[in-house]
Design a protein around this ligand. Sequence first.
Ligand SMILES: C[S@@+](CC[C@H](N)C(=O)[O-])C[C@H]1O[C@@H](n2cnc3c(N)ncnc32)[C@H](O)[C@@H]1O
Length: 362
Amino acid sequence: MTAITETDPREAFAERLLEDVTRSMETLSVYLGVKLGLYHALAATDGATERDLADRAGIATRYASEWLSQQAAAGYIDCDNPGVEPEQRRYRLAEHNAEVLTDPDSPFHVAPLTRMFAGCTSVLPQLLEAYRTGGGVPYEAYGIDIREGIAGVNRPMFVNELADWIAAAPTVEQRLRSAPTAKVLDLGCGIGHSSIALAKAFPRASVVGVDLDEASVAQAREIAAEAGVADRVTFVVGDAAQVQAEDTYDLVMMFETLHDMGDPVGALRAARSVLAEDGAVLIGDERVGDQLTAPADLMERFQFGWSVLHCVAATIAEDPVEVSGTVLRTPTVLRWARQAGYTDSEVLDIDNDFWRFYLLRK
Ligand SMILES: C[S@@+](CC[C@H](N)C(=O)[O-])C[C@H]1O[C@@H](n2cnc3c(N)ncnc32)[C@H](O)[C@@H]1O
């Protein structure tokens, strides 16, 4: 009879950590490929040597050599002839992987997550200090990689799905399609992709995007001008909780931002104060469970990762009333909505792996 051998739990856990660190390093290796244009360069070839890649992407051949071998070892790219000398090997990027890595419109374009991750690693000394002192790490300290990383991951949803989300609120959709010009407020708009997508989907609407981060607003203005919608889409730097307006808005959007705000109830109250009588607030925020599970599923672990590395620290830097963290649960959103004075809050039946949607009416 064969003896049943139990795995030593220390060994099993050590193996898991080893694998986690390997995957983290592989994540940063994708970041190198994204930032240096290596995937785009490879995708443009029908197979490339290390010298081909180095020439096309303008990087040093020795680094190209190592990176290509590592990418093939990680299973991200293919190697036609791994047994030959490095300089003779030919590497290629399969079309489906190229879409995930290089196509900014693809619903599978998750490559910008690696920029978000790298942005978090760039502030680790400040983050350690913040954990010790209870202070925060401002959003802007995370730099262009977090800003463009978040925007890059969310953009395909705005481009491909935003109009469908709004269709879940038919009266709002009808208003956006009709005259006179409907007014939309996009709170926590980041670099503006949701504002621009809305304006493109609804050519009669005008949009004001608001964000606390100056660099995001500056970039949003540039992107709106390039997209040819700057006459209908404007951006201002500001705290969502301080928003005031002479006009009312038919729609207020808050995408993946409520959990970041230092005064989320104040922001919802401000949104309500500028909402037209028959207008609505559309929130998209993380699709997590109603309570902690331990261990949790991948989505909850994914969101907690951003929370411990970024969201909690960035919110604390706002001198907050309340710190949600990334894992914003449905009961909390509904409680905040009640506290902010909304009488009608619903969870929308919208299929999305990352976000859950809420519609609030006055
Ligand atoms: C995760 S990003 C989402 C950006 C954008 N909505 C998107 O989906 O790509 C969160 C954004 O909320 C902004 N933010 C955080 N606190 C804010 C506040 N109190 N008022 C306005 N914007 C805020 C940040 O500057 C950041 O741009």
